[in-house]
Design a protein around this ligand. Structure first.
Ligand code: CO
Length: 208
């Protein structure tokens, strides 16, 4: 890919936006008020705004390998706290995707150096759900199930945080677990039953 093309694309994009609305960038420059926080995978195919048909100003985005919400990761925790406390987002979405290389790597025996502690968190998800996963004979189906369970556990990690607990209680914040199917382009809502997990949260992880 020639990077010159990127700047040409950008010129065209600016022209297209201004043709539709001459004040587009004036309005964009006035500030942001997104209602969604999207936590997705860094995978180049999982483009947050584009796959939702949204644009600049609509979504606060955090992406990392395998869409992880790790309590000691200052990066994701800063994003979550800022989005919830300062921006007042109404929805937090953890979006995994089928074909996730990070989840695949966590299912294999390989020393990946600095990635080991990161992927360890996915191995922990596997261990927690080993009974369900080991019953699935088809490796592809087991892989897909781990991708879904990983999304579920990252959602649970979100509601272990004080900021999210407070916003659920006081602002009606909603947490959602989705999967993007790279083979069909479809966005799938896993319809996670958070009430079930909120009971654990109230009993064990309650912070306020
Ligand atoms: Co991925």
């Amino acid at each position: 890919m020639k990077l010159d093309q990127v700047f040409k694309n950008n010129d065209q994009w600016v022209k297209d936006k201004l043709a539709l609305n001459p004040n587009y960038f004036t309005e964009l420059g006035n500030g942001q008020n997104p209602e969604l926080l999207f936590i997705g995978c860094s995978d180049s195919r999982v483009t947050a705004e584009e796959l939702m048909g949204l644009g600049p100003g609509d979504v606060f985005v955090h992406r990392n390998i395998a869409n992880m919400v790790i309590s000691i990761d200052l990066n994701v925790m800063s994003v979550v706290n800022y989005a919830v406390n300062q921006l007042g987002v109404k929805h937090v979405i953890v979006c995994g995707h089928y074909g996730c290389g990070g989840v695949k790597a966590a299912m294999e025996a390989a020393d990946l150096g600095i990635l080991n502690p990161w992927l360890r968190n996915i191995r922990d998800v596997y261990r927690m759900h080993r009974d369900v996963l080991n019953k699935i004979a088809c490796e592809e189906a087991r892989y897909n199930k781990l991708i879904e369970l990983n999304v579920q556990e990252q959602c649970v990690n979100l509601i272990k945080t004080a900021a999210v607990q407070k916003a659920i209680k006081n602002e009606g914040l909603q947490v959602h677990g989705w999967v993007f199917d790279v083979h069909s382009g479809k966005l799938i809502d896993l319809e996670i039953d958070f009430d079930k997990y909120l009971e654990d949260i109230r009993e064990i992880y309650r912070l306020e």
